[in-house]
Design a protein around this ligand. Structure first.
Ligand code: GLY
Length: 400
């Protein structure tokens, strides 16, 4: 650890400069707060791996209706959010595409699963349309002839997570956010209150309010008192990037895909996201094995095996990148937003599979809390205190 030195105090210190931390910083600076972001490489969190699907409806799981409402609220903000961000970032494009999503099934069991999900979506009043296999292939001619049917969700779109990170970083700089390029060594507390963080480079960054936005690492910050329970676990996702060109880099005779495609392939879930710039993102594995980001032969094999069943022509495309990232998972798959048990410490983390989707609503909600002291109603179900009793041991006779 370098020698400790005092840095200028801020209204807000954001620990973690991924897209969530940067959105909170940008929105807070817009409200007149002085903000410092502590991160060795801001803009380069899990967004570097994420496919960037904005898919609250097609990613819906049973029992996640509160999260669905938050996702729909964030999705509805996206067009305005990226327009404002592009302007604030001096014209940087985010790759936002209003392309819709087609979710398809390969065999009879996959079709039965997707039918159930479609019925669930319809009970919730969501705008989804059931299509036959032939109708799916009419929309996406590269789909395998085996595709048995699917749902078309016209409002589930995409954004490029990498471009989003670059734009947020530029917007933060232009809004006067101080970027401190180091890692947090420890949280600083005084008289039972968070007062900032000590950085690994020795800087003491003090602030009126500290925001924990370090993704899967948020619960690992040294100095967090035991009452601040952030039940986070990293969930690894391996992702491949291809180019929609021929092997010489030239154009294909017809578009490879026009919209996001998700699929259940013999019980396994994959998704394929085609970007306007020719990138095709294929994801993702879901692996519970701690802080490991190794790309494995098995992970790549499974993704390509299932993608080949779904889109046989995919094996003709150049494979340009493999990667793995960590989703910050929580016990109910929903984020941790708002005050923690430690005064002065606010959580903006735990976004699991939905970090890119929930960036606008998180930035808005946490900036509102920081500026006014009140968390807006859409974020209220996601405060960390919903897990307050989680560590209380249940007597054996009651747990049976
Ligand atoms: N939202 C896509 C994923 O987490 O893989």
């Amino acid at each position: 650890m370098a020698r400790t030195r005092e840095a200028a105090a801020s209204d807000v210190l954001v620990v973690g400069g991924g897209i969530i931390g940067l959105a909170v910083a940008w929105r807070s600076a817009q409200r007149g707060l002085t903000v410092t972001v502590l991160d060795p490489d801001p803009g380069h969190g899990a967004n570097q791996v994420a496919a960037g699907m904005l898919a609250p409806v097609t990613e819906l799981q049973y029992g996640e209706e509160p999260l669905l409402r938050l996702g729909i609220s964030s999705n509805a903000r996206y067009a305005d959010f990226v327009a404002e961000l592009t302007e604030a970032a001096g014209g940087l494009d985010t790759g936002y595409r209003r392309c819709g999503t087609l979710a398809v099934a390969l065999d009879a069991d996959d079709r039965a699963e997707l039918r159930e999900v479609h019925a669930f979506q319809q009970r919730l009043g969501l705008a989804t349309e059931w299509l036959t296999g032939r109708e799916c292939r009419r929309l996406e001619p590269m789909l395998a002839p085996d595709v048995r049917g699917g749902t078309l969700v016209a409002d589930d779109h995409q954004v490029d997570g990498r471009r989003l990170g670059t734009a947020l970083l530029a917007a933060c700089r232009r809004a006067g956010v101080t970027l401190h390029p180091s890692r947090a060594a420890t949280l600083l507390t005084e008289h039972g209150r968070a007062v900032g963080a000590l950085a690994e480079d020795g800087a003491r960054l003090t602030a009126g309010q500290t925001v924990l936005a370090a993704g899967s690492w948020s619960g690992e910050l040294p100095g967090l008192p035991p009452e601040v329970r952030l039940p986070l676990r990293p969930v690894k996702g391996q992702v491949l990037r291809l180019r929609m060109t021929n092997l010489q880099g030239g154009p294909l005779p017809m578009p490879f895909l026009s919209r996001n495609v998700r699929a259940v392939v013999r019980g396994c879930h994959i998704y394929v996201v085609p970007r306007a710039d020719g990138e095709l993102v294929l994801g993702a594995t879901s692996e519970e094995q701690g802080f490991d980001t190794t790309v494995t032969a098995g992970g790549v094999y499974e993704l390509l095996r299932d993608a080949h069943e779904l889109l046989p022509g995919i094996t003709e495309l150049p494979l340009v990148e493999t990667g793995a990232g960590l989703r910050p998972g929580t016990p109910d798959n929903a984020p941790l937003l708002g005050p923690t048990a430690l005064p002065g410490l606010v959580a903006a983390t735990g976004h699991y599979r939905n970090g890119v989707l929930l960036t606008p609503v998180t930035g808005d909600a946490i900036a509102e809390l920081l500026a006014t002291g009140s968390l807006p109603p859409e974020a209220a179900p996601f405060t960390p205190d919903r897990f307050a009793g989680l560590d209380t041991p249940v007597p054996l006779e009651l747990s049976r």
